[in-house]
Ligand binder design. Sequence first.
Ligand SMILES: Cc1ncc(COP(=O)(O)O)c(C=O)c1O
Length: 367
Amino acid sequence: MRVPFYDIKAQYDELAAPLDKVVHEVISSGVYALGPHHNALEREIAELHGCKHGIALNSGTDALRIMMDAQGIGPGDEVITTAFTFVASTETIVQTGATPVFVDVDPSTFMIDTSLIDAAVTERTKAILPIHLFGQLCDVRGVTAAAERNSLVVLEDAAQAIGCTYEGTPSGNFGVAAGFSFYVTKNLGAAGDAGMIVTNDDEYAARARAIRIHGMGRERYYYDYVGYTSRMDEIQAAVLRVKLQRMAAWNERRAEIAAIYLDRLSGLDLPLPSIQPGNNHTWHQFAVTTPRRNELMPFLRERQVDSMIYYPVPLHFHAPYARFGGGEGSLPETERISREVLNLPIHPHLTDEQVEHVARSVVDFFA
Ligand SMILES: Cc1ncc(COP(=O)(O)O)c(C=O)c1O
């Protein structure tokens, strides 16, 4: 039985009629940018996260970059973040001319170990950029307390955290802003690249809105900031609005699959993901760690089970970012998790039979 890691086509099949309809409507309307779907999606995502503003963009990476530009992060500044993640957070910090300062992750969450933040703060530190990984939020209380103690702003990388809350409060309300990715494989995925910033700050929102379109603020062809071309296409907004209707049901299915894995794998010598206190988990990923990862992955492949390694190499080991890290051994948990992590398929279109096959295959490996 083949178990694919993602099945984007199944999402389309489920929603083919409304997706075809809305895409045709947009193409035939001739309105391809900053149109009604774009504006409605901004409102809907902002509302979902209890925020005043949504600024739709062409990727999650641009969301992070524009979040930093709108905050005025630049050369000479330091931003505290983590190295066990996708490259976009560190990449965009470096693009602004600022310096990423890596702290290690908490082994129980793979996210920022907030007990290490104070020691990483210098007089140049401007912001903390926590990354909410795999479908739940980081230790938000720890991050906001450290930010307050040290007078820092918080910019959340919420690329994987659409719909995630901490003690009932959604991402986007813990600092200045949060940035989402709607890349195709996310819990809410476009038919290509798309992203969004949410914020409660009117002036910050106005700056971000201007920066996404060449810094054009008050008036057309008058430039207040250095900006980009980063509008979300109307077609992507329309597709996302259709899929948003299904997101809660898809997330419920992800939770059912997670519950099956947690039950079937509970007797093994295998640390399993846990829901952190106060969090709702949207199960973007289901990550396990084992020193035998490099044997487990091919074993699963033989059983036709696809798995993925998110993330195989910590950011401070990559050539462009090595100068910001302390070399091998400097982030022991980050480095160990990168060696041991394996992500099992958890997309909502898996059948129970497929999920049981994955679980049985993992159990057989350890037997
Ligand atoms: C944690 C994290 N940050 C940032 C990004 C960047 O988002 P995008 O691929 O939409 O540019 C991603 C998505 O791939 C991500 O997973």
